[in-house]
Design a protein around this ligand. Structure first.
Ligand code: GRF
Length: 228
């Protein structure tokens, strides 16, 4: 067991954690990725540093060469590749993902650069407990190129959104948004760096709100209760 996981278990023994934690004490997060996994890393780091009362229970990628799988292994987290082409239907592929998440006793699912739609098989098993992060201020600039689309449109303010996932891309109730200014002379690379820095701070912060049981949904509107 890695030092980080040792520390996680120390916290589990030491504190009664309130909120969306199932039966295990610490909230267990299943992270879905397709790529480099810098948001996954930010979540792992936040759990190790005690800023997020949770542990990453499993990481699932649809792509075998996603570097995020390597990040998971380095942190001692189970890392699973689920190959869409191994399943005849989208539903069967999503059942496989659902069963991996359930098998690791996941409480909350965090999509972090997962570049596929999530099927109802997963969403129905984790109703109101699937989050996504998007690198623009939704509903502006949805889709896979949110940073570039906003930059090329010429907006002066863009940002980051964390929202509940639905069966459509980038659409569910918004939990939190942080603005990012596009300064005169910013290149796309500069803007990407600014956005990613905000993402890496915001996603663990929102997941901590979930761990504290402070996030609820009222129709289309997510509400954040004050800390107790
Ligand atoms: C992030 O910008 C996220 O908002 C978007 O995909 C990117 C994933 O980056 N959905 P990483 O894999 O976490 O580095």
């Amino acid at each position: 067991m890695s030092d980080e996981r040792e520390r996680g278990h120390e916290r589990e023994r030491g504190h009664a954690v309130e909120g969306d934690t199932g039966e295990h004490g610490l909230m267990r997060i299943g992270v879905l990725i397709s790529g480099s996994g810098t948001n996954l890393q930010a979540i792992i780091d936040a759990t190790a540093e005690g800023r997020l009362d949770a542990e990453v229970a499993v990481v699932v990628s649809n792509l075998e060469d996603a570097y995020g799988l390597e990040r998971a292994r380095k942190a001692g987290v189970p890392a699973v590749h689920v190959d869409r082409t191994a399943y005849t239907t989208f539903a069967a592929y999503n059942v496989a993902i659902r069963d991996i998440l359930l098998g690791h006793e996941v409480d909350v699912v965090a999509m972090a650069g997962y570049m596929r739609l999530l099927g109802t098989e997963v969403l129905d098993a984790f109703t109101g407990r699937v989050l996504n992060i998007h690198p623009a201020l939704l509903p502006a600039f949805p889709g896979p190129a949110g940073i570039r689309d906003a930059f090329e449109y010429g907006v002066k303010v863009t940002g980051v959104t964390v929202h509940f996932a639905s069966e459509h891309f980038d659409e569910g109730p918004i939990i939190a948004q942080e603005p990012v200014r596009v300064a005169e002379g910013d290149t796309i690379e500069v803007l990407e760096a600014k956005i990613h820095a905000v993402e890496h701070e915001l996603y663990p912060r929102v997941l901590q709100w979930v761990a504290e049981g402070r996030v609820s949904v009222d129709g289309r509107v997510a509400r954040i209760a004050d800390p107790t």
